[in-house]
Design a protein. Sequence first.
Length: 339
Amino acid sequence: MPAMRADDAVSCFTDVTNGVSLFSMKLAGIDANLLAALDALLREKSVTRAARRLGVGQPAVSHALSRLRDHFKDELLVLNGRDYALTPRAEKLASVVSNATRALSDVFEETPSFDAATSSYRFVVACSDLFGVLVIPELLRTLKREAENVEVELRAIVATSKESILSGGVDLALGVFEDVPAGINQQSLYEDPAVCVVRADHEQVGERITLEVYGRLPHLEIGPVADAISELYIDRALKALGQSRHVTLRVPYYLVAPHILEHTDHVATLSASGAEILTQMARLRVLEPPIALPAYRYSQIWQNSNNDDRAHSWLRERIAGICQRRSLAYPAAERATSS
């Protein structure tokens, strides 16, 4: 194989950055000059926001997008209502491009670093609306104190596989995850006991909910995906006792549940943290389940390729600290019985 010419190996790209010099490489005839622009476009899904992220003008990014579309023979960004969405090809590229951009940056930085006080990094976090309510406000207060230029984009968890959850440029996912495959790392955040929630004046439920009533009432299942782990545990526990239940309604969001519960005979089984939020929104009662159920084990997961990324490590540490402080200030046993 002939030796690569130095001027082909390292070049200074200025067409996208409009005068801001970034080093890039041409490998095997593939022009990597547009990598930064592609990464910004896939993350922001907007030419305007991508230009702002790169610190360049919109025309430069529009020109880069045109070149990228020609290269990939794909639109990459398509209009979906008033916003732009990634094409299936772009979705597949997102995580690969993100990792490649960081790796290339590490090559040219003698000591890769992340300065929270000056960085304009944008993190993409996938989680349920419950986790968003419990953790994100404190994270934003942390950002205001330590990293006021850092941005966070929240996305709903709509996939079942861990690999799919972390696709499309997602940096971190927060929730209940089991059987995490190789290639994905996991850190435990806190545990939460399971509780039952019914309307405050439910005629069929006394001071406690019996197994017979629990099996007879219609059930409301809450979870971002259809095969939620908690549902499997509940049904297995009931089957072991020769009992069953009827789930008549499944909803993907916690915040629609309180009003449904308040005006129906349904019972919901969920984490104590979830019940805490729901009881603030409607007239509901929290009860101990009539069967033994394992605690909800919340964790954060991320691609192993991000293990040593300093920006990524900074975010993980902040989220873990927030969850630890919350758990210490409001212990699980207290959450389970306080309402």
